[in-house]
Write a protein that binds this ligand. Structure first.
Ligand SMILES: Cc1cc2nc3c(=O)[nH]c(=O)nc-3n(C[C@H](O)[C@H](O)[C@H](O)COP(=O)(O)OP(=O)(O)OC[C@H]3O[C@@H](n4cnc5c(N)ncnc54)[C@H](O)[C@@H]3O)c2cc1C
Length: 379
């Protein structure tokens, strides 16, 4: 059992940290305030391999491991959780679904440009009336000759308006329930596909989230991804890995909030001394540092098991549940340590506090993670 990162992983962490500090940090507040999705950042992310982190080099990716992936997502989230969310959704949902279940032709056609960052990916499972209960989806795909015709709408889709390619789950046989849902790949510009409302969000505002509407959207027959009727089951497998990414995002966000609080506590003086001298503040810092380390270990363990080729439903959900909930606490404590300055936008604590709430909701709420964990425990 080894608990240390390899030399390459330390270099990777340093490289992504330097990149995030130089290219992202100066813009965090502006992108948040204007809800600007920084598409202009994508070529720079791609240069570092961050648009195709875990995909083989042969498919345009950086060929990194699941633990490397966590390091990258963590370091981006430490500076801007919204950019990290976009990178995680692009890599871990859309591109991963196509890589895991696409045909060789689909991998060449879609995974390569996505992994190189020439295109941005979106992934549509959620609908207005089918969130946690995603198998209740109403969007349909009907075979007509050599085509599939899609009708319906997907809600809360990351890159729903900016994505070049979307993987969408749609009902192909309602009588079969969850086993009657299939996955399809649809290219931006296909007649009948359009973005709906862009969400005006509490946090993660630099990550674009929109509705996606399909109206008699006709796609070629070979745009089915994976086997017919396996789309929902495959989506759950994608989420098993995706949740490790949200856990890593939570760890990075918690780390960023913690560092904000620590730095401030050492500088801010009250009653003639730095507030870091007060035990009440020290205990907050000590508790958060401890919880962050525990969350990081759970997350890396899930990633390690994924690297071993193991199914990680239990470990992914445990990591996602714990890391997201401790991140909420870390962000809340950071605001408290900064006092009134934690409540205003001049300091980063306020933004971590808003961004963090997504981590207990996206890719399955905390309640759903507990259901997944309990199911595994109880057989
Ligand atoms: C910023 C953002 C980005 C997103 N990106 C994507 C994306 O790219 N693609 C995509 O497909 N989706 C995306 N989502 C959707 C996200 O996955 C869903 O919001 C999430 O799964 C919850 O679904 P819901 O919002 O419909 O809540 P609901 O399912 O309506 O849940 C409401 C509440 O009820 C609880 N609840 C529901 N069922 C149960 C139960 N059985 N037991 C106990 N409690 C329960 C929930 O935990 C929650 O507290 C995104 C959401 C956000 C906010």
């Amino acid at each position: 059992m080894k608990f240390a990162l390899s030399e390459d992983q330390v270099l990777l962490r340093n490289a992504v940290r330097e990149f995030a500090e130089a290219e992202i940090r100066p813009h965090v507040r502006e992108w948040d305030e204007t809800q600007h999705f920084p598409r202009e950042l994508v070529p720079k992310l791609a240069e570092l391999g961050l648009m195709g982190i875990q995909f083989p080099e042969d498919y345009g990716g950086a060929g990194m491991s699941a633990i490397d992936y966590c390091i990258c997502i963590e370091e981006l989230a430490r500076v801007d959780p919204a950019v990290s969310l976009s990178v995680a959704a692009h890599n871990g949902l859309c591109t991963a679904h196509l890589f895991m279940f696409g045909t060789e032709e689909q991998r060449r056609r879609y995974v390569v440009p996505l992994a190189r960052g020439e295109q941005i990916g979106a992934w549509g499972l959620t609908e207005a009336d089918a969130g946690s209960d995603a198998a209740a989806a109403r969007t349909t795909a009907v075979r007509e000759g050599d085509c599939w015709v899609l009708n319906g709408a997907k809600t809360f889709i990351t890159h729903g308006a900016t994505g070049d390619v979307i993987v969408v789950m749609a009902v192909t046989d309602r009588a079969k329930g969850a086993k009657g849902i299939s996955a399809f790949v649809v290219e931006r510009g296909t007649p009948g596909l359009r973005a709906g409302r862009k969400e005006d969000k509490l946090g993660m505002r630099a990550s674009e989230t929109s509705e996606v509407i399909f109206q008699s959207c006709r796609i070629p027959r070979d745009h089915l991804v994976g086997e017919e009727g396996q789309g929902y089951i495959n989506a759950l497998q994608v989420l098993d890995a995706g949740r490790i990414g949200i856990a890593a995002l939570s760890v990075g966000l918690a780390q960023g909030a913690f560092e904000t609080a620590r730095t401030y506590a050492m500088e801010r003086r009250q009653f003639g001394q730095p507030i870091a001298a007060f035990q009440a503040i020290q205990w907050k810092l000590a508790d958060n540092a401890t919880r962050i380390e525990a969350a990081r270990l759970l997350t890396y363990r899930a990633a390690y098991l994924k690297d071993q080729g193991r199914r990680t439903s239990l470990e992914s959900s445990m990591a996602k549940l714990y890391a997201s909930e401790i991140a909420v606490k870390s962000a809340e404590d950071a605001v408290q340590v900064l006092g009134g300055y934690g409540f205003v936008k001049d300091y980063p604590a306020e933004k971590y506090f808003r961004d963090v709430k997504l981590t207990t909701i996206g890719e399955g709420t905390s309640e759903i993670q507990r259901i997944v964990i309990a199911r595994q425990l109880l057989g």
